[in-house]
Structures are given as C-alpha cells and as structure tokens.
Design a protein around this ligand. Structure first.
Ligand SMILES: [Zn+2]
Length: 317
C-alpha cells in the first residue's frame, strides 16, 4: 500500500445532460504525470473497462509517486449512442474553442486543458476488424514547423513496454501533413504539441474480451515504467514489427473509388492500384508496405486512407 496525497474527482457538465468525468490520484512523492484515456470513440469499450479495473486497485493501494489521471469515457455522447462519434470524431481537429458547437467541442474544452497538465498520454482504442494489437507513436525528433518533437526516445521506450510488438509511427511528409490540415490533430498530436509524449494503443477487436486485457496490462506497464508503482519496469519487446506511415491519400471527390475494400495492414506492393479518381486517374502504391486506417465513407476533402512502409525493427529506437 502506497497511500496518496489526494484524489480529485472532476465532473463537468456537457450538453444532453451528460458529464465529462475524470479522476486524478496524486502519489506521496513527485514523479511523472500520466493520463490514461478510454472511450474517445464511443463504440470502443476496452479502455473503459481496463480503467475501471485499475482504478479499483488504485483506490485500495494508492500510487508510489507522481500522479495518474483516468478519463474512462472521453466521449459520453458517442458512448450513449454506441457509435464511434457523437456529433463528430473527437480524435480529429482537437483543440479548445471559444464558441463550441458540436458536442465534441464541449468535450475538448475540458479534455485539452487536462491533457496539457500531464506529461504522458496513453489513449486506449479498439478496432472494427480483428487486428494484432499495435501502438502508434509520433515522429522521430525534428525541428520542423508542422510537428516538431524532441522526446521520441522516451516515447518509444514506453511503447516497447506496453506488451505489444507491432508499432506504427506517424512520420508523415510535410506535404502529407499539410494535406491532413487541422483534421490530423487528435489526442496524441495535441499532447505532443503541449510538450508531452503520447501513445495510441489499438488493443484489438471491439468485442474481443482480450482487448480489455491488453489495455489493462498496458496501463499497469505504464504505471511501472514511469515509476508510479514500485513494480519493476516491464521488459522491452524485442520482436518488433515496425511500420512507418509516409503518406495520406485525401479523397478529392465523392466519385473517387477505392480499388477494393481495404482493411488496415492489408499488404501492398509497389505500383498496386489503390484507388481511382473521379477523372480516371490511378492512385498507385509508391512502395511496398501496407494500407492503414481506410475510411471508405470519407467526405471529399478528408483523409481517405494512409500508406505505410515496412521498416527494419532496429530503427524503431
Ligand atoms: Zn478509436
């Protein structure tokens, strides 16, 4: 039993009679400030159930140092509806707004300042299709203007201890990042822009109970690695499958069509046809790799799918 200095329960009113809820446990000594988020997408429940399980344990034992905040259901409207989004995807165009309109704008006005008060974000998600769990990390260190970053080593050291062996990084080209525009700002991009490190953990298929186990083990691993509990830091994953995101294809016209019903991690070979534009122009693979995060229903002007190349595991860092 570690005890703690104090616990802060936050409950702030949102539209539709819903609330933004968070709980923060402060340890008796100074240390890292971790925030764990579930339910950014309402139909993804693994993070929420893992958070409930861990908070029940922390209520009994406390934490050794630092602080940890849990947001079990980041998007309560989407959760109430059982859908990915309430009014819109919370994980796009994330930022505070002086005149919030969509439900998610109201959530963001509570979530963003909370993220900014922490050092490390673990954002827990699940997927529609059956996938190997994977962690998404940010770019390598760079001093560019679009996504400058200086903490890649710390971020990847944590990622390697979460219990998964597949990693995707978001090192998009300047051109690709510009094509995403502000829609590319989700929880992790927001967190890094505030000086923190951030990992999205895709824990498995929505309805697979194992996804909640993956999420639960990742939270405990994060607490241990960051020194919030006295447990030894978990061993690093040595078998690494590393994919480097390098481009985003924007749907330009509603008559643009995908070459087939792509699923994340579908392998592609250089020159494979990926999609056809409304004017007949072919979108082909520039390199061998995989398709990621296809959104067949993307509106014109929005990200449609991403492409990643297979990277040598030793380059992951
Ligand atoms: Zn998600």
């Amino acid at each position: 039993v570690y005890g703690y200095r104090h616990v802060v329960y936050t409950r702030q009113a949102l539209p539709h009679g819903l609330h933004f809820e968070a709980v923060t446990y402060d340890g008796p000594h100074v240390g890292a400030r971790l925030i764990v988020v579930g339910g950014v997408h309402g139909n993804e429940r693994c993070g929420t159930s893992a958070i409930h399980r861990v908070t029940a344990e922390i209520e009994r034992h406390g934490i050794a140092r630092g602080s940890v905040t849990f947001v079990a259901v980041a998007n309560p409207l989407a959760r109430a509806k059982g859908t990915r989004a309430g009014d819109r995807n919370l994980n796009r165009s994330l930022g505070t707004r002086s005149s919030p309109t969509a439900f998610e704008d109201h959530v963001a006005n509570h979530l963003c300042p909370l993220l900014a008060r922490h050092d490390v974000l673990l954002d827990l998600h699940s997927a529609r299709s059956v996938t190997t769990p994977f962690a998404m990390v940010g770019p390598m260190n760079n001093e560019g203007t679009l996504e400058p970053f200086a903490r890649a080593a710390e971020e990847r050291a944590l990622a390697r201890r979460l219990g998964v062996g597949r990693f995707v990084d978001g090192w998009l080209s300047t051109y690709a990042r510009a094509a995403e525009r502000e829609s590319g700002i989700g929880t992790t991009e927001y967190m890094r822009a505030q000086g923190g490190i951030a990992i999205t953990l895709e824990c498995g298929q929505h309805d697979d109970p194992e996804a909640a186990e993956v999420a639960y083990r990742a939270i405990l691993a994060s607490l241990a690695h960051l020194g919030l509990t006295a447990e030894p830091s978990p061993p690093q994953t040595s078998e690494i499958e590393y994919l480097g995101l390098y481009d985003v294809v924007v749907r330009e016209h509603e008559d643009d069509t995908l070459a087939r019903t792509w699923c994340s991690f579908d392998p592609i070979t250089k020159d494979d046809l990926l999609a056809t534009r409304s004017d007949g122009a072919r979108v082909v693979a520039e390199e061998d790799g995989v398709v990621l995060f296809p959104d067949p229903a993307a509106p014109a002007g929005s990200p449609w799918f991403y492409v990643a190349r297979t990277m040598p595991g030793e380059l992951f860092g």
